[in-house]
Design a protein around this ligand. Structure first.
Ligand SMILES: [Fe+2]
Ligand SMILES: [Fe+2]
Length: 333
């Protein structure tokens, strides 16, 4: 069977090429999203049947995601936004954010791939925690929190059953992604100097992805609100400089997010261009006055002086399925 790498150009030519068209990359990113779900299910199956855990697949996936993001970073970001609510989407989202930020920070190809793998695997220990507890609406009791917090060590121990040993950076991230710089995290109460850079990145990407996603215990926040929450709690907990690089990389209008236009329509961001950060390519699809979907209209805001974004919106405040809309819009390109 032809793999994704077979339809891509060799990595060494990627940096030299013009940005790949968004439609083509959206199809590849969507396929990667499906592959991540399949890999997640295979991991769960192996765990139940006490077989070696197929973790190597996640490193391969991370490399493929990194290639996709090099050709057009918007596609990967788009496909991880509220696309679905399944258990594996948060890990795929965190992995994608890690790749985007690591590329933004001009890390080496190896480090970008490790960053992605760390994001994809950071919560594997959750397979040991009951779904009922992980999805409990409302606040956890101290005892429930103690059980949930064990996922970090569970994940680290699972590595002994894996089909390959991930690099140190990935192993550290699985064990330490809930450590905080002021020592208030878990499981080892590490402090600033003891928390490696990739693990600090996972802590930020993990929290941002969780805040921007609908969960049984909270509604998804729009990107600027999620960043504001992180900045507020950054004091002494998250790496401040890294958080600012993260915010710079995410940009004002992340691809796949929902916005309100001056023409009183809702639109999804399809492609964010770094040279025109405030004027992305959008798909308008919903009339606010009539509260009805419209035919999709693709608008390049850089070329439409009378149209502009007036606000970021949270899909949780609207009565439609954003995941369905995103998929519809993706196939439109
Ligand atoms: Fe976690
Ligand atoms: Fe997480």
């Amino acid at each position: 069977m032809q793999g994704l790498f077979d339809i891509m150009e060799p990595p060494e030519t990627v940096q030299l090429r013009r940005r790949s068209p968004i439609g083509r990359e959206l199809r590849i990113a969507e396929e990667l999203h499906k592959q991540a779900q399949i890999a997640g299910n295979a991991l769960l199956g192996a765990l139940r049947e006490n077989r070696p855990l197929p973790l190597q697949r996640f490193e391969d996936l991370s490399a493929e995601m990194a290639e996709c993001s090099l050709r057009n970073p918007s596609a990967l970001s788009y496909c991880t936004q509220s696309y679905s609510e399944d258990v594996y989407t948060h890990s795929m989202g965190t992995g994608a954010l890690m790749i985007l930020v690591a590329s933004h920070l001009r890390m080496s190809e190896d480090q970008i791939c490790q960053a992605g793998t760390a994001g994809l695997l950071h919560d594997i220990g959750n397979f040991h925690i009951s779904a009922e507890l992980l999805n409990k609406p409302g606040t956890l009791t101290p005892e429930e929190f103690r059980v949930v917090a064990q996922h970090a060590m569970h994940g680290y121990r699972l590595l002994a059953q894996a089909d390959y040993l991930p690099p140190t950076e990935v192993r550290d991230s699985i064990r330490h992604h809930h450590e905080r710089l002021d020592g208030s995290g878990y499981p080892d109460h590490l402090e600033e100097g003891d928390i490696p850079p990739i693990t600090r990145m996972v802590a930020i990407a993990d929290a941002y992805d969780a805040l921007t996603r609908n969960r049984p215990f909270h509604k998804a926040l729009a990107s600027p609100k999620a960043l504001a929450v992180l900045r507020q709690s950054a004091q002494g907990r998250y790496d401040r400089a890294l958080l600012e690089s993260f915010a710079e990389c995410i940009g004002p209008f992340p691809s796949g997010s929902l916005v309100r236009l001056a023409s009183h329509r809702l639109a999804v961001i399809v492609e964010q261009r770094h040279e025109e950060q405030r004027a992305p390519l959008v798909d308008a699809f919903y009339d606010i006055a009539t509260q009805r979907p419209t035919l999709i209209e693709t608008i390049d805001l850089a070329e439409q002086p009378n149209e502009r974004i007036v606000a970021m919106e949270s899909a949780a405040d609207w009565d439609f399925n954003l995941g369905f809309q995103l998929r519809k819009s993706a196939t439109f390109h």
